[in-house]
Design a protein around this ligand. Sequence first.
Ligand SMILES: Nc1ncnc2c1ncn2[C@@H]1O[C@H](COP(=O)(O)OP(=O)(O)OP(=O)(O)O)[C@@H](O)[C@H]1O
Ligand SMILES: O=C(O)[C@H](O)CO
Length: 345
Amino acid sequence: MIEILQSLATGSEPPPEHWQQLLRHELNNPAHMAAFGITHEQLETTIRQRYKLGRSLLKHNPDLPILWEQLPTLWEFWLPLAMQLSQLRQILNRPLVQGILGGQGTGKTTTTTVISRILNLLNYQAISISIDDLYKTYADRQRLREQDPRLIWRGPPGTHDIDIGIQLLDQLRNPTPGQKITIPRFDKSLWNGEGDRIEPQQIEAPDIILFEGWFVGCKPVEDQAFNHPPPPISTDSDRQFAREINHQLKEYLPLWERLDRLIVLNPVDYRLSKQWRAQAEQEMKASGKSGMTDTEINQFVEYFWKSLHPELFINPLLTDSDRVHLVVDIQPDHSVGRVYKPVPR
Ligand SMILES: Nc1ncnc2c1ncn2[C@@H]1O[C@H](COP(=O)(O)OP(=O)(O)OP(=O)(O)O)[C@@H](O)[C@H]1O
Ligand SMILES: O=C(O)[C@H](O)CO
């Protein structure tokens, strides 16, 4: 399969046996076909279109080496998702908001970058917005920390400006003709890594909005979930903090109501976030920037788990076919594993 996909980069027409292999590969994965709404009748056309699109993407985006490094992910996930979004956008009479939920380092930024490039080739304008863009300003978070010293870092529910997010999604979903839309932006490197809001971006209304974040679409859970929570929620004060954050999460539901669809990037083990974060910090240090120490990384990632634990808040979504349209398993090397529609339990 990988050799066939490598031919995407060469420009020569694949021989008939390669087409047959691509078709068989898809037919052998009915869950994948169902997830992207590919019927047997459309199979051949879809595969040929996907191939053509992949080839054009590689040709026009030499600055994105990840495309060559991750050809199977491109074939199994990014190309079919972008094709599906363009079809859905065509049916919907307004801009489409795609939510993308994934823990730290699951590949949200990479995914939204690649999907936007593919959508461009399909003549759709896409914009990526992160829940991080809604963080309160540095000054506001300083004040928040004075009131509640447990909020040592940005991140948990309570540290975002939800009203700005609601107004933003409303404007993006129903723009008036010619309207310019102001997108808030956040720079994580300011104030010694604490981050602050920066000059917003002004854009024309896009066709598709990719709204990503580490708890996008998560719902509050029953209070009893905190009676015997998973580690690192271990002390009484951890349990108390987790309960309060769970309560805060209610405030975010109006934001999630404005999503048309939700995808979950689901690491095969949520603890991989630590390893991925450590890799990212090492890369930052290698490029001459300052990065966190291993102890700091552990504390940072555990703070997120103590706020909204993936086992409590993400696992229930994996079988929630009403709210989640696609689950994508992410393997330790970042490549995709299974891609499927949740099956109700
Ligand atoms: N499919 C992939 N194949 C290989 N590497 C990948 C893939 N997706 C992401 N990565 C790498 O993993 C790291 C984290 O990816 P990315 O920044 O996209 O994740 P994220 O979910 O946005 O992270 P964060 O929560 O920290 O913002 C990056 O170094 C990126 O290059
Ligand atoms: O850096 C952050 O704020 C967290 O990783 C969430 O994206």
